[in-house]
Write a protein that binds this ligand. Sequence first.
Ligand SMILES: C[S@@+](CC[C@H](N)C(=O)[O-])C[C@H]1O[C@@H](n2cnc3c(N)ncnc32)[C@H](O)[C@@H]1O
Length: 283
Amino acid sequence: MSISRKNREFEMTDRDFDQIRTLASEFTGISLSEQKKEMVYSRLARRLRALDISEFSDYISYLKSHERQELGNFVNSITTNLTSFFRENHHFDYLKSTVAPELALEHKADKKIRVWSAGCSTGEEPYSIAMTLAEAREFTSQSWDVKVLATDLDTSVLNHAKQGKYDFNRIEGIDTTRKKKWFEHHQTDNKGVFQVSDKIKNNITFNQLNLMNNRWPMSGRFDVIFCRNVVIYFDKPTQRKLFDRYADLLNEGGYLFIGHSETLHGVTTRFKSLGRTIYRKVH
Ligand SMILES: C[S@@+](CC[C@H](N)C(=O)[O-])C[C@H]1O[C@@H](n2cnc3c(N)ncnc32)[C@H](O)[C@@H]1O
């Protein structure tokens, strides 16, 4: 049903919503269901206000004619960026206890470990990966060369991620030892901002990357890819294409971690499931 002007600030007709859906899918791969209409309305209403536009149809025309200026805002408005430190903690336990020691053995000569956090949002995921690998490294007292690539389409979350600054409520779930070790905090109470330490930050490169782009700029291969809670917004053919590209970019036997409500079952056969949304490349 259309959202009408009678009780709402802006009118969004079914046609407007369909056009928004098409543009979202084309630009980001995100497929917006009918249930997302209210969410789309409230997020894009901010853009209409900011641009002083009174109709959704005018906004769509503006977006099409000013793609360079507006596409970024449109994309940032429709992405869902929910994340947290050590989200789905069993992934980080597995990374530390199984993947890291195995890679350290395999890569004895160059000690390189390469990880990609695809759809990193505000950075909690790549920082959790780098912290986990730093802890695993300390445990074995080896000097690994760890590099984490962290990418997202949304430039506003990426800017936050690059800064590595988090309010107390974002990090309160992290245990005290970790907090003390990997964050700098200059106040005696729990207020204020916590800054991820340079020891961790220096292992991460943040870049904007649209997973829908036909060409990705990376040349080397990865040992591990985290792409969690991203493909849930994509349709199956888009997911299949993406997972195929991940398999091509992973080293033999490389690992793929996906989100708790995602699955590769019926999507691709290039990975085998190790359980609990952890996968290993088979071909
Ligand atoms: C819900 S967050 C997941 C964050 C983190 N991976 C986690 O699981 O906590 C999904 C992220 O995927 C990003 N995203 C959505 N479509 C994308 C695309 N086509 N290319 C790159 N990133 C995309 C969004 O901007 C958002 O930050």
